[in-house]
Design a protein around this ligand. Structure first.
Ligand code: ADP
Length: 241
């Protein structure tokens, strides 16, 4: 599913958070929104998700204006920084959840759900912990399950907001490889928010650098790294290095 963001504007009180943003994301791309805290990354992601309404402008999915559409109709999968796994459900039930709550007419059979859950658990190499509960897993394992759960409903778009932000450096590095691998297998259009330039460089096909609600640069990782387009990008990449 391609995503087009057109002349998007959003302010909170005096703060301009999206300052006339335009962005085209191609089907199957993995795009990182990279920038310092407060640059508007999460708000842009939330508007794409349909969780936040813009003041003006629009978001098109595959050419269709989705602004104001019900979030459930958007076929979007989410992964957030803080694991939103259900503590009282097994890993199997957590991954199955999105399929089980479907209206009866479109709900797969129990067998089809079980097959899908095991396929996804195998994909994140955690099939062996299907019967455990979230508190019995490490932080990195929980985020792999969160990814599997987001993919269970076969979303057209996957949105990730600092998904590895709460994890230590070693686990983060491992999960970057996971996300990249998963993306190659599933190839769903994905938008990934991070303030960590190394993460963006390693994971994304394309990096959109944001600052104060504007896009400073938009290009492949090598290009952003080798040819920073503005003094801000140069300084931001330099700061983190
Ligand atoms: P980032 O993800 O880059 O850290 P955000 O989109 O979270 O940026 O925030 C951008 C700005 O908008 C910040 O100044 C933040 O304080 C403000 N902001 C975000 N959400 C709200 C809200 N619901 N109400 C008021 N201000 C908000």
């Amino acid at each position: 599913m391609s995503i087009e963001v057109r002349n998007l504007k959003k302010r909170f009180g005096e703060t301009v958070v999206c300052d006339d943003l335009n962005l085209d994301i191609e089907e199957g791309q993995l795009v990182a929104l990279l920038g310092p805290s407060g640059s508007g990354k999460t708000t842009l992601l939330r508007i794409i998700a349909g969780l936040e309404v813009p003041d003006s402008g629009s978001v098109l999915f595959h050419g269709e204006d989705t602004t104001g559409a019900d979030v459930r109709e958007r076929q979007v999968g989410f992964v957030f920084q803080h694991y939103a796994l259900f503590g009282h459900m097994t890993i199997f039930e957590n991954v199955a959840f999105g399929l089980r709550v479907r209206p009866k007419a479109t709900r797969p059979s129990d067998k089809a759900i079980a097959d899908k859950v095991h396929e996804l658990l195998k994909l994140v190499q955690l099939d062996w912990i299907a019967d455990r509960y979230p508190h019995q897993l490490s932080g990195g394992q929980r985020q792999r399950i969160a990814l599997a759960r987001a993919l269970a409903v076969e979303p057209k778009v996957l949105l990730l907001d600092e998904p590895f932000g709460a994890l230590d450096a070693k686990v983060r590095k491992e999960l970057r490889r996971w996300l990249r691998r998963l993306h190659e297998e599933v190839n769903v259009t994905s938008v990934f928010v991070t303030h960590d330039q190394e993460e963006a460089m390693e994971v994304a096909d394309r990096i959109v650098v944001m600052n104060r609600g504007r896009i400073e640069q938009d290009g492949p990782p090598d290009e952003v790294y080798d040819h920073p387009a503005t003094p801000f990008v140069l300084q931001f990449l330099g700061d983190v290095n």
